[in-house]
Design a protein around this ligand. Structure first.
Ligand code: ZN
Length: 154
């Protein structure tokens, strides 16, 4: 995959420093898209409780998230999630830009849904995103813009 394509995925996911997309793999046989996200050696993080910056990762745990499908292809995000050792709050998992309430993830999904709704019947969109309907509505209820569109899918 070209460097500009990786950069495009990075922007689409709303990744912030020190997170970066390091690989994008597409398997046509299994119709699966795998995005790997990582941080460079020596990167520092903030405590999720008090925002104390400059904390190094003490350890990491690899996790995988299901992302919205790209057409009929299942998409997955994988990253090693660091834990930091805050002097005040002890060992905590850092906050992730793509897995938080106001992350680019949800915004990206809602943006796609809204774009589809403007081009095709709501019922068809609902069928397309049906697998996510429940999960999406849960997220959408926190978003003013997404709520109307996503409520219309039911
Ligand atoms: Zn702290």
């Amino acid at each position: 995959m070209q460097a500009q394509d990786v950069a495009l995925f990075q922007a689409a996911l709303g990744l912030t420093e020190p997170w970066q997309v390091i690989s994008v793999e597409f398997d046509p046989a299994t119709k699966r898209l795998d995005l790997r996200i990582d941080f460079p050696r020596g990167a520092t993080f903030c405590c999720p409780e008090c925002d104390l910056a400059g904390l190094k990762a003490r350890d990491t745990e690899e996790k995988t998230w299901r992302h919205l499908d790209f057409f009929q292809h299942q998409a997955f995000l994988t990253a090693r999630v660091p834990r930091v050792d805050c002097p005040l709050h002890k060992v905590r998992q850092v906050a992730l830009p793509w897995a938080r309430e106001r992350s680019g993830f949800t915004l990206l999904f809602e943006a796609l849904v809204m774009a589809m709704v403007s081009e095709m019947p709501v019922k068809a969109v609902a069928e397309l995103v049906g697998e996510y309907d429940k999960r999406v509505r849960g997220r959408g209820s926190r978003s003013r813009d997404g709520a109307g569109v996503l409520a219309g899918l039911s």
